[in-house]
Write a protein that binds this ligand. Structure first.
Ligand code: NAP
Ligand code: MG
Length: 499
């Protein structure tokens, strides 16, 4: 299919080039070829977008509209995403290397449903009346913040964009979105659909560009009220600094993870557990913030689980993302592939034991490896699954650091308390899973695992109705659910004297 898509920034309701005319080349990791020249937004473009967003907010057509009207527009946006589903899926798959079936079945419908959910919810949220004496009526209401900056990563461009835009727009804010430089195309296409759905000019602006340029300009802009950020721990901290050095804007952070999969001796069906673990780490080539990248398994079932994980891993064969039956596509870029290989090389040098996989990057294939290095499409960024055992050293970098690739570590635990201790032993706290048939043990671990989401006997089950976000170094924001509306609004007290 011939694919057409916008490549310029979307500011004040129209596509425009950068003020200085600069562009950059957007590459597809499928084969390393250039997909498009995309606007390279910088400070001047962010300023134009923020000014348009502020004008639109102050005009009030969106901010003060009947919430039911905003809701109808968001529901229309959702319908338009479904109508353009195949085109959006093709764009997302080419831009990111996601398997086309994932783009069709997960990315596009996930984003579309998110807009509909907030559209349906926003006119059902009530304020409060405070319990005061009878001579006063004190109303507690929520108002939009004003101009919201959204800065998102490349791993799930459409879905994470929807998680930010839908509640921010539903609440009546104007938004300036900076997509990741590697994956700007679906957000640019979305802007046109938003306008078609009835989002007024200036209410939604999309400025592609580089983090140090457009991203930093948004973080430091004095007229931005909040930045909603998803990305790495390091850049999240930069946004807190930008806020402190500019106008003290709110910053919400959804950061990285190193999510444990705790498998206890009484787990029900080890084959089903192994398959869930496989999907939990190898889906999207491990480029998932909450990827279940660490197995913590009771020693009584460790050998059996290790064997089952070996054969599950063998089922994830890297292949052309454009092919219908591909389940493991390309990584986002050649640079990122090199970074993931670096983690694996270091783990090998640190003494981690190979359970499954190829040693890549230096031409050396380990004799115990079952598979050879792969390149299903020449020039692309591909890598097969790696499974390592690091039971001997929980402090090893491969256990502690986010890899963001198809790399799984295994650690064995002596008992439940040891498993809990290992599971909590990183700086992250995004998600965790427990596999056990004992409901008391499950409940006790769910309480004590330090993570924003704990799954019991499942992994990655989710709904737009549940909050998602982290603790500790994984950040403190929550996307999804009605709680996200709180994140894009502020409380106002109106005290009316009745005397
Ligand atoms: P990243 O490097 O932090 O980038 C995220 C966004 O920040 C991009 O738009 C990026 O622009 C921008 N940025 C980079 N440097 C910047 C700077 N100096 N100033 C302002 N903005 C800057 O993260 P990534 O590599 O794209 O994504 C992977 C990370 O995201 C992982 O750590 C992952 O765990 C995390 N993540 C978290 C969640 C969650 O919900 N908790 C979800 C998905 C991903 P450029 O594209 O131009 O660099
Ligand atoms: Mg790209």
């Amino acid at each position: 299919m011939t694919l057409t898509f916008p490549t310029e920034a979307f500011i004040n309701g129209r596509y425009v080039a950068a003020a200085d005319g600069r562009t950059y080349e957007c590459v597809t990791p499928r084969d390393g070829s250039v997909l498009a020249s995309v606007t390279r937004g910088d400070t001047a473009d962010i300023s134009r977008a923020v000014a348009a967003a502020r004008r639109a907010f102050d005009a009030g057509d969106w901010a003060y509209a009947d919430p039911a009207q905003r809701g109808r527009v968001l529901i229309r946006m959702s319908e338009l995403l479904f109508e353009h589903a195949e085109r959006l899926a093709q764009i997302e798959s080419r831009d990111t290397g996601h398997p086309i079936s994932d783009a069709r079945n997960v990315d596009v419908p996930g984003a579309a449903r998110c807009f509909a959910w907030y559209g349906q919810a926003v006119d059902k949220v009530y304020g409060e009346i405070a319990p005061t004496a009878g001579d006063a009526l004190a109303l507690i209401g929520r108002e939009p913040l004003g101009v919201v900056g959204a800065v998102v990563p490349w791993n799930y461009p459409l879905i994470i964009t929807a998680w930010k835009l839908a509640p921010a727009l539903a609440a009546g804010n104007s938004v300036v979105l900076k997509p990741a430089e590697q994956s700007p195309l679906s957000a640019l296409a979305l802007a046109e659909l938003a306008a078609e759905a009835g989002i007024p000019d200036g209410v939604l602006n999309v400025v592609p560009g580089f983090g140090e340029e457009a991203g930093q300009a948004l973080g430091r802009h004095p007229d931005v009220d909040k930045v909603a950020f998803t990305g790495s721990v390091e850049v999240g901290r930069l946004f807190q600094r930008y806020a402190g050095e500019s106008n003290g804007k709110q910053v919400s952070l959804e950061l990285g993870g190193k999510s444990p999969q705790v498998v206890l001796a009484d787990a029900a069906d080890l084959q089903a557990v192994a398959e869930a673990i496989g999907w939990g780490i190898f889906y999207n080539a491990g480029q998932t913030c909450h990827a279940g990248s660490r197995v913590v398994v009771h020693e009584a079932v460790a050998d059996e689980l290790r064997e089952r994980l070996r054969s599950v891993a063998a089922g994830f064969v890297p292949a052309d993302p454009a092919a219908e039956d591909t389940i493991l596509g390309a990584l986002i870029s050649a640079e990122h592939l090199e970074s993931v290989r670096g983690h694996v090389r270091r783990a090998r040098d640190d003494g981690a034991a190979i359970v499954y996989g190829e040693w890549t990057g230096d031409g050396h294939v380990d004799p115990t490896a079952q598979v050879a290095p792969v390149a299903p499409v020449a020039g692309g960024a591909y890598m097969g699954p790696i499974v390592l055992d690091s039971s001997d050293d929980p402090a090893r970098a491969i256990v502690q650091d986010e890899v963001f690739g198809p790399v799984l570590t295994i650690q064995t635990a002596r008992d439940v308390d040891h498993a809990l201790q290992l599971a909590n032993d990183t700086r992250y706290g995004l998600a965790a899973a427990v596999w056990t048939r004992d409901v008391s043990t499950a409940g006790r671990l769910a309480r004590r695992l330090r993570a924003g989401t704990v799954w019991v006997n499942t992994f990655d089950a989710s709904s737009v109705a549940t909050p998602f976000g982290g603790m500790r170094d994984s950040g403190h924001g929550r996307d999804r659910s009605l709680h996200a509306l709180d994140a894009y609004t502020q409380l106002k007290t109106t005290w009316i004297s009745l005397t």
